[in-house]
Design a protein around this ligand. Structure first.
Ligand code: IMP
Length: 210
C-alpha cells in the first residue's frame, strides 16, 4: 500500500491589506498555505519603528513569531530618490502627512505633491522602488530584495495603481507605472521581483528537488 504525502507549508503573511494577501496567495500557489493576521487573531498595528526597510520588515516577522508563535513573512517598500538622498525611502507611506488618518487616496495625492515640490528644478531624477521581504522560518531570518530602477516625472501621468505610481517611470518604458495595467506592472515591479525570490526559496524548502 502506498501513501502519497504532500507537505503543505503554513505561513503567516504579516499584512492587514486584504488585496496584498490575495495577490501573494495566488503568486505562491497551493503548496504554501498563507494565513492572514485576522486568522491568528492579530488585529493590532505592528510597529515599524526603524529607519531601514530591512529592520522594519524583520521586526514585523519577529513580532508575529514572539507574540503569536507563527513562522511568518512581511514586506516593506520604499521609493528612493537619489537627489533627495534616498527619501522618502522607509517613510514613503508617511512622507507628507505623518501618521494622520486621512483616506489613502488623499495621502497618496499629498505625497506626490510633496515629491514634485522637492524635485522642482532638479535635473537628476533617478529613483528606484525597493521591496524587502523578511521571512522568519524555523528560528532563522531570511531577507529577499526586489528593485526597479526609473525616474521621477515632472508631473503625474495615468490613473492606475496607487501610491507614487503616477510620477514613477520605470527604466526602459515610456509610460508611468500608473499608465500600465496591473498585469504589466506586476511583470516588472519591485514587489514581484522580491516575491518571486521568496517563492523560489519556499519551493526549494517544500520540495528540495524542485
Ligand atoms: P508598503 O511597505 O508596501 O506598505 O509601502 C509603503 C508605501 O510605499 C506605500 O504607502 C506607497 O506610498 C509606496 N509604495 C509601495 N509600493 C508602491 C508601488 O508599487 N507603487 C507606488 N507606490 C508604492
Amino acid at each position: 500500500m502506498f501513501f502519497i504525502y504532500t507537505y503543505i507549508m503554513r505561513l503567516v503573511f504579516a499584512t492587514h491589506n486584504p488585496h496584498k494577501l490575495e495577490e501573494i496567495r495566488q503568486l505562491l500557489g497551493s503548496e504554501i498555505k498563507l494565513i492572514s493576521l485576522d486568522e491568528i487573531g492579530c488585529n493590532e498595528e505592528i510597529p515599524e519603528p526603524f529607519s531601514t526597510l530591512e529592520e522594519n520588515a524583520r521586526e514585523k516577522t519577529r513580532f508575529v513569531k514572539e507574540n503569536y508563535g507563527y513562522d511568518c513573512f512581511a514586506d516593506d517598500t520604499g521609493l528612493e530618490i537619489d537627489a533627495l538622498n534616498g527619501a522618502p525611502g522607509v517613510y514613503s507611506a508617511r512622507y507628507a502627512v505623518g501618521e494622520s488618518k486621512l483616506p489613502l487616496k488623499e495621502k497618496f495625492r499629498a505625497n506626490i505633491k510633496k515629491v514634485l515640490r522637492e524635485m522642482n528644478g532638479e535635473s537628476n531624477r533617478r529613483a528606484r522602488f525597493r521591496t524587502v521581504i523578511s521571512l522568519h522560518l524555523n528560528n532563522t531570518f531570511f531577507l529577499f530584495e526586489g528593485i526597479v530602477q526609473g525616474h521621477i516625472l515632472n508631473e503625474p501621468k495615468g490613473e492606475e495603481g496607487f501610491g507614487y505610481d503616477p510620477v514613477f517611470q520605470p527604466e526602459g518604458f515610456d509610460k508611468s507605472f500608473a499608465e500600465m495595467t496591473l498585469g504589466e506592472k506586476n511583470r516588472i515591479s519591485h514587489r514581484a521581483i522580491a516575491f518571486e525570490k521568496l517563492k523560489a526559496f519556499l519551493r526549494s524548502r517544500v520540495n528540495p528537488r524542485a
